[in-house]
Design a binder for this molecule. Structure first.
Ligand code: HEM
Ligand code: HEM
Ligand SMILES: [Fe+2]
Length: 459
């Protein structure tokens, strides 16, 4: 760690991992509810568990991005953080708001929560991923603005690098597109249209800039390859992201009542969205092959390579599978979508945050890398979680193919619930893979407590 103030990243990373554990527990509960319908009913209905699972995912990834930014920006700018105190205050506000919101979901019926939190003043609730009460949404805006202020001020007083510029662009974009969550028109077509300006513009737009910047930062550190080389890759990747991803939003406009030309625009541009993801994979492997030093943190390099591969598979390949309008006509809103959602979120955003934590956390704890024993344990966590996610994706894909055929393609289409019964086997298998994921997560957690001789700071 080169600057004292980078230490504020640590609580952010710890909170991220803690909420990650919660997310997975709710995933397992829901996976069981899929096959044992009344499990925990009426105490924890499926819709509530789902909201908790997805909201925890988003919130812990945001904690991860913030921690990463607090770590990276001072180092890139070669100056202390503008205000470490503000960063710590924001941490506690964000954590309290997040925990209170989740408790609200769990303890109060959703409609009551909406009534209690001013949804009648400005209705924003009730949409997937954006279920947060109005006050939480306002809290997110305040925290994010103060966070961006802190980092922008840091950057302005120091060195400006491509990585910090791209990272800040991504984070500002994240904040700006979130503002569309406050726009909730009564017209359902308009509502869906702008809902995607948050959801799609995040994961296939501005978050990809954050992804590129984090990956580049870690690759510079672990490979020692010249910054100029890495920056060229980064620029081409983010250019391709924006060229394909912005108009690519059209792949969500096929069937919601928007004009038919979206079927062409959406299909053509989103079909090119895998390109930047593919480039990221080639980039990561290329840089590691051309490395000019052997960094003792082997497991951080493994996470970086894994991010490239899994993001390409989950977003690029599984995204492409159902992105063309004539195919999406059959697959829309099925288990194919869920298969893709899981692998893409894991491969791109979960893994890049874990890459950053893997690189930075040892430094935040006063050593360049963890002991071999600890790294090997973390590698076990990596493989167990990653292979489990591959299985979850494959089982959901199998369920999805059967679902599409039985429910929508065959000459004698069956009703939704009848089909769900017929494909239950795959839901059991998904749950088993989920348990494996959880074992991997526990192994990952254990790696933080494995001792052994740590690598010295000066190595
Ligand atoms: C890391 C990047 C990505 C993430 C995290 C991600 C995640 C998701 C999620 C969670 C959904 C479900 C949304 C809902 O609730 O309806 C979704 C839908 C979709 N994604 Fe992605 N995605 C990514 C990249 C891509 C890419 C690159 C493509 C195309 C090549 C793509 C194509 C699609 C399509 C077509 C749908 C709509 C599925 C339907 O009609 O039901 N995604 N994505
Ligand atoms: C880091 C790992 C995980 C990530 C990134 C993740 C992400 C997601 C996302 C994005 C959705 C919304 C999907 C959509 O709208 O298409 C979702 C829903 C869901 N997840 Fe996960 N999840 C993870 C782990 C798990 C695990 C381990 C399980 C259980 C075995 C699980 C079970 C579910 C279930 C049952 C749903 C609801 C699907 C539905 O509404 O039909 N998830 N998850
Ligand atoms: Fe999309």
């Amino acid at each position: 760690m080169q600057y004292k103030s980078q230490a504020v990243a640590k609580p952010y990373f710890i909170a991220a991992i803690g909420l990650f554990v919660g997310q997975i527990l709710f995933g397992l509960i829901m996976g069981l509810q899929y096959v044992v319908g009344d499990f925990l009913f009426p105490e924890l209905p499926f819709n509530v568990a789902r909201m908790v699972h997805t909201n925890l995912l988003i919130v812990w990834l945001l904690f991860g991005f913030m921690g990463a930014a607090y770590y990276i920006i001072p180092e890139e700018s070669e100056t202390e953080l503008f205000s470490p105190k503000l960063a710590l205050i924001l941490f506690w506000i964000f954590l309290a708001a997040g925990v209170l919101t989740i408790l609200g979901y769990l303890l109060v019926p959703y409609a009551t929560l909406a009534a209690m939190t001013g949804n009648n003043i400005l209705p924003t609730m009730g949409r997937e991923f954006l279920e947060q009460p109005l006050i939480t949404k306002l809290g997110i805006v305040v925290v994010t603005l103060a966070f961006l202020f802190n980092l922008t001020m840091t950057m302005l007083k120091g060195r400006k690098t491509s990585i910090s510029l791209v990272l800040m662009l991504g984070l500002w974009g994240l904040a700006i597109f979130f503002l569309f969550s406050f726009y909730d028109p009564a017209n359902l077509v308009l509502d869906k249209f702008y809902w995607w300006w948050v959801v799609h513009m995040w994961v296939e737009g501005v978050w990809e800039l954050i992804l590129g910047a984090l990956l580049s930062f870690v690759l510079i550190k672990v490979t020692g390859v010249d910054r100029e080389v890495i920056e060229k890759w980064l620029y081409v990747i983010i250019a391709m992201t924006l060229i394909t991803g912005i108009i690519g939003t059209g792949h969500h406009y096929y069937w919601i009542g928007t004009p038919a030309y979206w079927q062409w625009w959406g299909s053509i541009f989103s079909a090119m969205e895998p390109i930047p993801f593919f480039m990221m994979t080639v980039f990561a492997f290329n840089m590691v092959n051309r490395r000019r030093r052997d960094h003792p943190n082997k497991v951080a390099t493994l996470w970086a390579l894994g991010t490239g591969v899994m993001a390409f598979l989950g977003a690029g390949v599984w995204g492409f599978l159902h992105t063309l309008a004539p195919i999406n006509y059959y697959t829309h809103g099925t288990q194919i979508t869920a298969a893709h959602g899981h692998m893409a979120f894991y491969g791109a955003y979960v893994m890049v945050v874990l890459t950053m934590i893997s690189y930075a956390m040892p430094l935040l704890r006063g050593r360049i890398a963890n002991s071999n024993k600890s790294q090997v344990t973390e590698m076990w966590g990596f493989w167990l979680m990653t292979v489990a996610m591959v299985f979850i994706t494959l089982f959901l894909t199998a369920a999805g193919i059967l679902q599409v055929y039985l429910q929508r393609v065959s000459d004698t289409p069956l009703p939704f619930m009848v089909v769900q019964q017929k494909i239950a086997l795959f839901y059991w298998l998904r749950e088993a893979a989920g348990v494996m994921f959880f074992v991997g997560l526990v192994t990952y957690l254990a790696s933080f407590f494995v001792k052994g001789e740590a690598k010295a700071v000066t190595a």
